[in-house]
Design a protein around this ligand. Structure first.
Ligand SMILES: N[C@@H](CCC(=O)N[C@@H](CS)C(=O)NCC(=O)O)C(=O)O
Length: 211
């Protein structure tokens, strides 16, 4: 397998952690894509992913998956143990629910906060092949949504060990990466969010979190 990555970026980190949790790191060839130099917009990378984003996972059969969710699904089906997308119907549904929420209200809220405000992203308010101008109000709204996401995280983690239940899953990867990404816009969970910090420490101890 070949994995198109970018070390500093949050989305490929979601797949890098997933690969590590599956114990596959050493079997994957990693290709670093330099987003800082806009390599994703060049012809060479567009031939790999016309949507101009990482992560991309290429299978040994030459097929490519162009989103986090596609990469995760392929890896889960091809390498079921340990399960990261749920072990039974109830868990699978709960994990899907929390992935969606953590992506929309966590990761993408941070992205709005960042991409609608950073000078260097002036015409790049959204990722992808098309340029979009920044809308400053969306940056403000993004920051507010992140604060609400932090509240939700702390309340949820008061009730259970991990986001979707008693097992570590991809929902935790999504929420963990969202929390760390929030640091880019100088937002962190409140100091007294004890449940969130307990969970965050637990995940930080996993070898995959260091990647
Ligand atoms: N929903 C997509 C989004 C991927 C995405 O936006 N990746 C960012 C890196 S975090 C990217 O490739 N950015 C390129 C750019 O900024 O033009 C996924 O999860 O794969």
């Amino acid at each position: 397998m070949r994995f198109y990555d970018c070390l500093p970026a949050p989305s490929p980190r979601l797949v890098r952690m997933f690969i590590a949790e599956k114990g596959l790191t050493d079997t994957v060839e990693t290709v670093e894509v330099d987003l800082g130099e806009q390599e994703q917009m060049g012809e060479t990378f567009r031939a790999i992913n016309p949507f101009c984003t990482v992560p991309v996972l290429e299978t040994d059969g030459g097929l490519r998956y162009l989103t986090t969710q596609g990469c995760w699904r392929y890896l889960e089906e091809a390498h079921p143990d340990p399960a990261l997308l749920g072990r039974n119907p109830d868990e699978k549904a709960a994990v899907a629910d929390w992935i969606w929420r953590a992506e929309q209200e966590g990761l993408l809220a941070v992205a709005d906060g960042l991409r609608n405000a950073a000078k260097r992203l002036e015409s790049r308010a959204l990722t992808g092949p098309h340029n979009y101008a920044q809308i400053p109000e969306l940056a403000e709204r993004g920051r507010l949504r992140v604060a609400h996401f932090f509240d939700l995280l702390n309340a949820t983690l008061a009730e259970r060990e991990y986001l979707a239940g008693d097992a570590f899953t991809a929902a935790d990867i999504m929420a963990f990466v969202a929390v760390e990404f929030a640091d880019w816009i100088k937002l962190t969970p409140p100091k007294d969010a004890a449940n969130t910090w307990r969970w965050h420490e637990q995940i930080k101890e996993r070898p995959s979190a260091a990647l």
